[in-house]
Design a protein. Structure first.
Length: 171
């Protein structure tokens, strides 16, 4: 697999697709939902007057066809008490808004499991600067991770059939 380094115009070996991850390997101490579920805004199609929810193409596990599903956004925290992990935004692809599990008494967060978890590495080149005034190129590009899921459920609840195992690459 190759990606084009837009800063220098050359190709480098790297990731350009999403890949499935076992939830328990990414979150061995579990995950905690912070806040609720909200629709993700499609910045290209939305206007000041009209909100348009983002959609992604995915492979439907039941029919085997590519379908467009709305994208919902949740914020998840790592349940590992020994680490101070940053919150991770996870995009949930689902026909209907995922249901937030009931709160656990005495806890501010809700333990959840993300079904069909997939991660994707993208290079953010917003801080790349071209050569200027005799200076060399300075690349401030950073790898950013995006997480996708096909379902959200309370920790301990049984997995739904057909939750899928990944995001179909669009194009």
């Amino acid at each position: 697999m190759t990606v084009t380094n837009r800063c220098k115009g050359r190709s480098q070996v790297g990731l350009n697709n999403a890949f499935p991850v076992v939830f328990e390997e990414l979150y061995p101490f579990g995950a905690l939902l912070s806040g609720g579920v909200k629709p993700l805004k499609d910045w290209d199609r939305s206007t000041d007057q009209a909100f348009v929810q983002a959609e992604e193409e995915v492979l439907d596990a039941e029919s085997g066809e590519v379908v467009r599903l709305p994208v919902w956004l949740v914020v998840v925290l790592d349940g590992n008490p020994a680490e101070e992990a940053d919150p991770m935004e996870v995009r949930v692809l689902s026909r209907h808004q995922p249901v937030v599990p009931e709160p656990v008494p005495g806890m501010p967060f809700r333990p959840v499991v993300l079904d069909g978890l997939v991660v994707e590495a993208r290079v953010n080149r917003d801080k790349c600067r071209p050569p200027w005034g005799g200076r060399q190129h300075r690349c401030g590009g950073r790898v950013e991770w995006k997480a996708w899921a096909r379902g959200l459920r309370a920790a301990g609840a049984p997995e739904r059939a057909g939750a899928g195992n990944g995001k179909a690459a669009a194009g």
